[in-house]
Design a binder for this molecule. Structure first.
Ligand code: ADP
Length: 485
């Protein structure tokens, strides 16, 4: 249905049916090898969005009447279907956006776990009994759904992010209109094909492929929806927040990061360096939680730099489907151009401390991983989100200065410290202005059952994943029943 030869063609899924999208298709190429066409993208119009939203309203009327355990059984079926097709989904996603296959398989399994986690929520408490001052009144709360939820997702986690929004939205009783990023439309179409096997009632989960400026903007401004959950750039997130605030609909924005890892004098370098490089360079640095600032205490600085230089020479840059790939290409031409501007800036205004290999034997969007020093704390390389394999090192006198620099950012998503000194670790935990604080761990990699989100310009201060997501996708009714009346 959606494959044309071996290529995938993007389609909408509305009211339980596949709909071809009118207009001209655009070829989608593999960022690991831009000579390989992997499919075609067709883009929807505003009318398609409105049709999907109408279907979601009809779906909501059916879905909201299902019991928690009924909804739960659909989510378990979605999880099973995804687990069965995990390799196919991961392969297509790796080809579409360049994440190494090993990591992509991990991402798909995270999706399976998220679906099972939220499936189980269908039989967990949805409220509490609050003692009334009147002995004949039963007073309690219950979570109720919001209605039709618009879900706008980015390309960097084309499987896990959609699922960490869709699964809690569904288990809370909402219906969904999902708009994936342009660079993830083939994966989105295929994922929807997998989820179709769960036989959700018509209109409960709808997919609309298209541009942010058309599909996204229609969802924000015209469609009759009750909430938006968005992950993407800070610029678009601001737009989402103001459009939703004007309409007084609930919104959640997960945006950028400029995450720091602090290395103190007592850090175990043998363990610390591989973790920091993994945080900086896996997925070619295209994670909102990637390590992009490394703040090192001066006593360990020379040894740290020497260890980084040695470790960087062992990093491999390969096409995404190669099992040996430590990192693959960046996802697209647009990403390649933006990140290349920063690498040129680093070479011009900074000092290259260490560099990984440059892959030149294949036509793809490969960027040479860089560790850069020699710039001030206010430099663009230290302040702006690069979203590529570039990390900047800063040297500090002590933990106080390290925390101060760590907090000197518009963003507040995640941060790490490497030390065995419990007092300094606690000082960091207490004073760092981020949503996810890690000790002796990567800045990325927060587990699926724990809240995910940031402070400052990294988010709209709500949290995704874990039980925290249930707060976003539901609203509370306070009920009081007078008996013996
Ligand atoms: P990135 O720079 O990571 O691609 P974007 O914020 O541009 O981040 O994109 C994230 C998601 O937001 C994508 O699905 C994109 O299509 C969508 N988007 C982009 N512009 C808009 C907009 N004006 N309104 C709604 N959604 C948008």
């Amino acid at each position: 249905m959606i494959t044309k030869g071996l290529e995938v063609v993007s389609q909408n899924y509305i009211a339980g049916e596949w709909r071809s999208i009118q207009g001209e298709g655009q070829a989608v190429f593999n960022p690991s090898n831009t000579l390989e066409k992997i499919g075609e993208m067709y883009l929807s119009t505003a009318e398609d969005v409105l049709e999907a939203v109408a279907a979601a309203h009809a779906g909501f009327m059916i879905w909201k009447k299902k019991s928690g355990s009924e909804k739960s059984s659909y989510l378990y079926k979605m999880a099973d279907a995804l687990e069965q097709e995990s390799e196919e989904v991961a392969t297509l996603a790796s080809k579409e956006m360049g994440k190494p296959i090993g990591e992509m398989l991990g991402e798909v399994m995270r999706g399976v776990n998220l679906l099972r986690f939220y499936a189980a929520e269908g039989v967990r408490p949805t409220g509490e009994v609050i003692p009334s001052t009147d002995a004949d009144v039963l007073q309690y709360t219950k979570r109720v759904p919001l209605g039709v939820v618009g879900i706008i997702t980015p390309w960097n986690f084309p499987v896990a992010i959609p699922i960490w929004k869709i699964a809690p939205a569904l288990i809370c009783g909402n219906s969904v209109v999902w708009k994936p990023a342009e660079h993830g439309v083939l994966t989105a179409t295929f994922l929807m094909k997998v989820f179709e096997k769960a036989n959700l009632p018509k209109g409960v989960l709808n997919l609309v492929i298209g541009k942010g400026s058309v599909v996204g903007q229609t969802l924000l401004e015209e469609a009759e929806i009750h909430a938006i959950s968005f992950t993407g750039s800070t610029a678009t997130g601001k737009n989402v927040a103001s459009a939703c605030a004007k309409r007084n609909i609930k919104y959640q924005t997960e945006m950028g990061g400029k995450n720091a890892a602090i290395v103190l004098n007592d850090a175990n370098l043998e363990k610390t360096v591989p973790i920091i490089l993994s945080g900086a360079f896996r997925s070619a640095g295209q994670k909102c939680t990637a390590t992009s600032r490394i703040i090192v205490e001066k006593g360990i600085y020379p040894k740290f730099i020497a260890a980084v230089q040695e470790a960087m020479s062992a990093i491999t840059v390969q096409e995404a489907l190669n099992n040996q790939a430590y990192l693959g290409p960046v996802a697209s031409k647009a990403q390649f151009d933006t990140v290349s501007e920063y690498t040129q800036l680093a070479r011009k205004e900074g000092e290259i401390i260490a560099e990984g290999p440059l892959k030149t034997n294949q036509k793809g969007y490969y960027i040479q991983p860089l560790v850069v020093g020699g710039v001030s704390a206010k430099h663009r390389l230290v302040q702006e989100e690069i979203f590529g394999p570039v990390a900047t090192v800063l040297q500090v006198d002590d933990v106080e200065e390290a925390i101060e620099l760590c907090n000197d950012s518009l963003y507040g998503l995640s941060a790490s410290i490497f030390t065995n000194n419990i007092n300094k670790a606690m000082q960091f935990i207490d004073n760092v202005e981020v949503g996810m604080v890690r000790v002796n761990q990567e800045t990325s990699g927060v587990e699926y059952q724990a809240p995910f989100g940031g402070m400052k310009w990294s988010s709209s201060h709500t949290r995704e994943q874990g039980q925290a997501a249930l707060d976003f996708y539901s609203q509370v009714k306070t009920c009081a029943i007078k008996h013996q009346f």
